[in-house]
Structures are given as structure tokens and as C-alpha cells.
Design a protein around this ligand. Structure first.
Ligand SMILES: Cc1cc2nc3c(=O)[nH]c(=O)nc-3n(C[C@H](O)[C@H](O)[C@H](O)COP(=O)(O)OP(=O)(O)OC[C@H]3O[C@@H](n4cnc5c(N)ncnc54)[C@H](O)[C@@H]3O)c2cc1C
Length: 484
């Protein structure tokens, strides 16, 4: 709950249309795409300018009230989960493209602009914005910056941090600062780099200067079929070891193929162990030679069939199938957890085998669809939350898979962030000293600790509670208490 006084000040500042306080409307914002974690916010504000963001932040600072930034709410780690005693600052109305500089291949955009809208806005100049999360039609560039988002084409082109030159931010005391510059590699500490991936804990991005790339002259996309994910994994290693860096290498296992085919009819072969989507791009000269080399490497690793996209339409369909994979899981089970771990690429086959063993012990199914070239796994743990005990087993399996990634020299997250979901897993990767040092960085930006508290860092409160899907309290089940 927030005070009547603060509520009135917010309405005075943004007008009634910029403040959401009616309970049923507030519930729209109670979670992001990590749907098991919910909290109705104290109040939601929808600023339309940097000045309004500053004014809201100053009001919150004066009242000592926490703020939580939110873009489009597609985050998968609960980073935008609100607080009951806080103000959720939704940036989706700030969606202007402020400047396009085609000669220098730069654009300046507001944080609510969607990822794909940037590429659409600059397409007439033969340019595009490279990082492409599968949620790119809806997720915001502000959210991408906060999560350092990746995507299928980050294997060749890098992550958000490689494509953002400068970020204007509002600190938790209302001060506006710009981190980075429109030039590459400015002198001094790279505070821009510190901010990217900080998950809303260091301030609110209000404008972002992005690098734009020339649309490649040629693109070739193929799908290779394998009888096991391990063989597909061998092909990935062989391609990279041969010195070929595809624009993207994505893998779908048999369960993921079934779901994607049912949902999109993209033309993947049903009944195989795994499909690799390999995309090459660059100058027309030489691309077909590289493609032939990739084809040979896949066949040498056991590919039973290779299909080359013959048209832009066929290529788009292959990608539609891949990018719809998470949504398609609804065809396999009523519920699923998306796990997001990284492993060294060479361990792919072994980790997938161990994961299958863990899934069988837990008597659950796991579908895999992931950025194979980066070793960035996205196991989708399928379960039915209405079967007693199944959501707990699924949650434990997802946690065991994250630990497996660390055991094999990887990380608890590749691109979806820590948020609330993985805060308790941070000590598995970082020592107490590491975490204390990170907290000092956070405090340098936000001494009062008002900016997205409870995220990223483990706290006794968070870790004492059991994260995951909502479970009714025994007193609630007995009808003695009511969930508001
Ligand atoms: C179907 C699906 C597919 C996905 N595929 C991918 C993928 O391929 N790659 C990938 O990396 N991710 C993927 N994601 C995850 C998600 O889309 C990304 O993390 C995305 O960057 C979140 O953007 P958003 O605007 O929805 O941010 P939100 O969910 O609203 O917020 C995410 C975090 O950013 C902070 N934040 C938001 N805006 C700002 C701002 N202006 N200033 C400061 N902090 C801010 C929030 O506090 C929160 O911590 C996928 C999600 C879904 C649902």
C-alpha cells in the first residue's frame, strides 16, 4: 500500500490517466512472464517523458518508497515483479524514436520502443538492430538493456551490451546522468557496461543510443536433422572448430519439434531426435562455399537430412517455428518452467544426457530449444500444476538443471537474468566477497536502496520463502484466511 498523499502527488504529476490504482487494473501488472511469482503493486504509473520519470522518482525518494521499473513485462526471471509498498514505473508509453543517424549507423530511442520497432524504423536505410530475443515483437529496448538480452543471432553479433553505446538514466534520487557516449570506446570506467544487465537495480533508462548494422547482402538458412541431440551438439562444435561463425545455430529436440510443428507447421521433421537451424549471412561472395562446408560437417556428424530454405517465406517459417517454441509448450503441458543456463559448448551432449536422467528420475518431461552456438540452454520443464506435488518436482528439477550447468563450468543464467527467480542461486556462483563487492557497486548508484529492491541479490526473506508457483497456505486451504 502507498499513502494517499503520495498517490495524490503522483496524480498531480501525471494526470489521472497516467496513474493506475484500481485493484482489478493493478492485477494486470502483478507479474512478468515468470508467472509463478505474483504481487499486486501499490500503484502503477505510466510516464510519457523523462521529466515525468524524474518527478515520480523524486516523489518516491522523498517518501522513501521503492520503485520498480517495467518495460513490456516479458522478463522470465521476475525482474519486474512489483512490490505492494512500491511504485511500478511502466515505461511502455515512452516509445519515440528520438533520432536516426544513418551515416554513423546510430539511433537514439526511448526505453519503451520495442526491439523489432527499431529495425523497422531504420530498414529504409538498409540498417537493422542486431540483438533479437525471440520476444522481440513485444519486449522493450529498456528491458533488453536491463537484462543484457540475447537472441538467436547473438552468436555472431554479440549481446545487447555490444550494441548499446550510451544510456541516459534517472538515478533513484532523480538525478539524470548519461553513461557511455555515441563514440566507440570512450575513455574512463565503463559505467555503461555496469548498467547493462543491472536488471533495474541501478536506475531507470530513459533514452538509449544503439548501434545499427547494415542488413547483410546474403542470407542462407538450413535445417539439419539428427537422431540424437548429442550428435547435433557434435555438429555445432565441428562447425565452430572449422572457423565458421554462423549468424545463428539453434537446436530443437524431439519434444520441442512436436510442439512447434503443431503450433506453426514450420516444416520440421517429426520423430527425429534433434533439429539444428543454421543461418549464415554476409557478402554474397563465398556464402555458398561456407554453406557447403556446414552441410558436410553436419553430415559427418550424422545428419540424416538437410533442408535449405528456398525462399524468404520458407526462411521466415523456419524462424516462426523456432521463435514460437515457448508459446507452443502449451500444447504439451498446462505448465512449464523455462530454465536458462549456460554451459561450455563442448559439454552439450553430456549435459543433455544428464538432464534427461534427472528428468526421468523426477518423472517429468523436459523439452529443449536453445541457442546451441552459445551453449545457452533453455530447458522447458513440463508439468501439470493441478497434479499434487508435480509443480514442486518441476521446480526442483529446474533448480537441479541450473546446478548441473554450474557443475559443468557454466552459469545459472545466459540471458534471462537473475531477478527473483535465481537470487537464491547467486551464492552457487559467487563468493560472499563477490556479492558484497557487487552490493557496493549497487549502493554507489542507489545509496537508499530504493531501486528494484529484492532482485538479483539473495536476502534471507527471499530465500526463506519457497520461490516458484503459487501454493495456497494451509490456513487458506482451511478457509481461515483469505488471499487479497
Ligand atoms: C516468449 C519469450 C521469448 C523470449 N526470448 C528471449 C530471448 O531469446 N533472449 C532473451 O534474452 N530474452 C528472451 N526473453 C525474455 C525477455 O523478453 C527479455 O528479458 C526482455 O529483455 C525483457 O524486456 P521487457 O521490456 O519485457 O522487460 P520487463 O520484463 O518489463 O523487465 C525486465 C527487467 O528490466 C527492468 N527494466 C525494464 N525497463 C527498464 C528501464 N527502462 N530501465 C531500467 N530497468 C528496466 C525491469 O525492472 C526488470 O528487471 C523471452 C521472453 C519470452 C516471454
Amino acid at each position: 500500500m502507498i499513502s494517499q498523499q503520495l498517490h495524490q502527488a503522483l496524480v498531480d504529476c501525471l494526470g489521472p490517466e497516467g496513474v493506475v490504482s484500481e485493484r482489478t487494473q493493478l492485477r494486470t501488472y502483478e507479474m512478468d512472464a515468470l508467472t509463478g511469482h505474483r504481487q499486486v503493486p501499490g500503484v502503477v504509473v505510466l510516464p510519457e517523458s523523462k521529466e515525468q520519470v524524474c518527478a515520480v522518482v523524486r516523489l518516491c525518494r522523498d517518501a522513501g518508497v521503492p520503485i520498480v521499473p517495467r518495460g513490456a513485462g516479458t522478463g522470465l526471471s521476475g525482474g519486474a515483479m512489483p512490490r505492494e509498498d512500491g511504485v511500478l514505473i511502466v515505461l511502455s508509453r515512452m516509445r519515440r524514436i528520438l533520432a536516426i543517424d544513418p551515416e554513423n549507423q546510430r539511433a537514439v530511442v526511448e526505453p519503451g520502443v520495442t526491439n523489432s520497432a527499431i529495425s523497422q524504423a531504420v530498414a529504409a536505410h538498409g540498417l537493422y538492430y542486431a540483438p533479437d530475443p525471440s520476444s522481440q515483437m513485444v519486449c522493450s529496448i529498456g528491458g533488453n538493456v536491463a537484462e543484457n538480452s540475447g537472441g538467436a543471432h547473438c552468436l555472431k553479433y554479440g549481446f545487447t551490451t555490444h550494441h548499446v553505446l550510451a544510456v541516459e538514466i534517472v538515478l533513484s534520487d532523480g538525478e539524470v546522468v548519461t553513461l557511455g557516449d555515441s563514440v566507440l570506446d570512450p575513455p574512463g570506467y565503463d559505467l555503461r557496461g555496469v548498467f547493462i544487465g543491472s536488471e533495474g537495480t541501478l536506475g531507470i533508462a530513459t533514452s538509449i543510443t544503439v548501434r545499427l548494422l547494415r542488413v547483410p547482402e546474403a542470407v542462407r538458412t538450413m535445417v539439419a536433422d539428427f537422431d540424437t541431440p548429442a550428435r547435433a551438439g557434435d555438429a555445432v562444435t565441428a562447425i565452430i572448430e572449422a572457423g565458421i561463425i554462423p549468424a545463428a545455430v539453434e537446436m530443437l529436440d524431439s519434444l520441442a519439434i512436436e510442439a512447434c510443428e503443431d503450433a506453426t507447421g514450420a516444416g520440421y521433421t517429426r520423430g527425429i531426435g534433434a533439429a539444428l537451424v543454421v543461418e549464415l549471412d554476409g557478402p554474397e561472395a563465398g556464402i555458398d562455399e561456407s554453406l557447403a562446408a556446414v552441410e558436410t560437417l553436419c553430415r559427418n556428424s550424422g545428419a540424416s537430412k538437410i533442408r535449405l530454405a528456398e525462399s524468404d517465406h520458407e526462411r521466415a517459417l523456419i524462424w516462426k517455428g523456432r521463435k514460437a517454441a515457448f508459446a507452443a509448450m502449451g500444447r504439451l503441458a498446462p505448465n512449464y518452467f523455462v530454465q536458462d543456463g549456460v554451459i561450455p559448448r563442448t559439454q552439450l551432449g553430456r549435459v543433455l544426457e544428464r538432464m534427461a536422467e534427472l528428468a526421468s528420475q523426477a518423472e517429468l518431461r523436459v523439452a529443449n530449444v536453445f541457442h546451441a552456438g552459445d551453449g545457452n540452454l533453455h530447458p522447458l520443464v513440463l508439468y501439470n500444476g493441478s497434479n499434487p506435488g508435480e509443480s514442486e518436482r518441476a521446480e526442483k528439477l529446474a533448480a537441479d538443471i541450473a546446478e548441473l550447468c554450474v557443475e559443468y563450468g557454466g552459469s545459472i543464467t545466459g540471458e534471462h537474468g537473475v531477478g527473483v527467480d535465481k537470487a537464491c542461486s547467486m551464492p552457487k556462483m559467487f563468493s560472499a566477497d563477490d556479492l558484497a563487492t557487487m552490493l557496493e557497486v549497487r549502493q554507489a548508484f542507489d545509496p537508499a536502496g530504493l531501486c528494484n529492491p529484492d532482485k538479483v541479490f539473495p536476502t534471507p526473506r527471499l530465500c526463506g520463502e519457497i520461490p516458484g508457483p503459487y501454493r495456497p497456505h494451509p490456513l487458506e486451504e482451511a478457509g481461515l484466511i483469505e488471499r487479497m
